[in-house]
Write a protein that binds this ligand. Structure first.
Ligand code: SAH
Length: 252
């Protein structure tokens, strides 16, 4: 099995590359694809860039050019569920494109992908469980040696937890509580919002391969969302997602 690992942060891709062996690199469509072995698995690692188009193009290249049989997407996300804190990890069991709306068409619901007839892309239970265990194992066993305590404290990360649920994606950085509230009321059970996951899930669905989406909460999708965002991704989130994926690869 060959696994495509897509990240929305330069920093986590750099961490993956540091741990890879038998490495070779190809540039395609303005992306750098690094092939090699990671935790004993054949992988291709790539920085997807941001947004649904960028992520879908990258996912398609991974499938068509690099013959991956599975996709893993990692990155950061804005919390929607009230109980989520910065530093928590969300594993998608379902993904939706919150900016898709062709409900003017007969028999088409809001959020439904035209012609596909699907609104929610679900992740197989087995992969949800593997990803959940991997992230929990990272937090329990690796976190305290992986990220310095004073760094965690500086971002108010105390007891990060792993949560499973619905992730919504759209081409918009959400930093307005009014928009966040509207999304929460339209999408019951929504955990977090980001800009790529459901697009990658659609590509995976259309090619009949599994797709796992793992996100570290970087902000609460409110007016403070941009504060220290970049530093958090470098110092904390990239380690969380990279560490969790390493654990996941060991279990596949
Ligand atoms: N890392 C960049 C900022 C990227 S912002 C920097 O350092 O400047 C866009 C990325 O953050 C996307 O990958 C998106 O999926 C994610 N993201 C995090 N919080 C988000 C939010 N509140 N709304 C939408 N996307 C969010």
């Amino acid at each position: 099995m060959k696994i495509g690992i897509m990240g929305a942060m330069h920093e986590e891709i750099a961490l993956f590359r540091d741990s890879m062996v038998d490495v070779s690199t190809q540039i395609r469509g303005m992306r750098e694809y690094t092939s090699g072995k990671l935790a004993g698995c054949d992988v291709v690692v790539v920085f997807s860039r941001w947004g649904k188009v960028a992520a879908s193009a990258t996912a398609t290249t991974l499938i068509e050019r690099f013959d991956v049989d599975m996709l893993i997407f990692t990155g950061v996300a804005g919390a929607m569920a009230a109980e989520l804190e910065v530093g928590d990890i969300v594993i998608a069991d379902s993904l939706i494109q919150h900016d898709m709306d062709v409900s003017f068409l007969p028999n088409t619901k809001k959020f439904e992908i035209p012609l596909l007839g699907v609104s929610n892309f679900t992740v197989d239970d087995i992969y949800v469980q593997l990803a959940q265990s991997a992230a929990q194992s990272y937090l329990t066993n690796d976190l305290r040696t992986n990220v310095p305590e004073n760094t965690l404290v500086s971002f108010n990360v105390t007891e990060p937890k792993v949560v499973v649920g619905l992730i919504a994606s759209g081409d918009q950085f959400i930093a307005d509580p009014a928009i966040a509230d509207k999304l929460c009321s339209q999408l019951p059970g929504l955990q977090c919002v980001e800009m790529e996951g459901a697009a990658v899930a659609q590509v995976a669905y259309e090619h009949s391969i599994p797709c796992i989406v793992m996100r570290t909460i970087s902000d609460k999708a409110d007016h403070s969302a941009a504060v220290d965002f970049q530093q958090f991704t470098i110092d904390v989130a990239s380690h969380f997602t990279c560490g969790s994926v390493m654990r996941l690869l060991e279990s596949l």
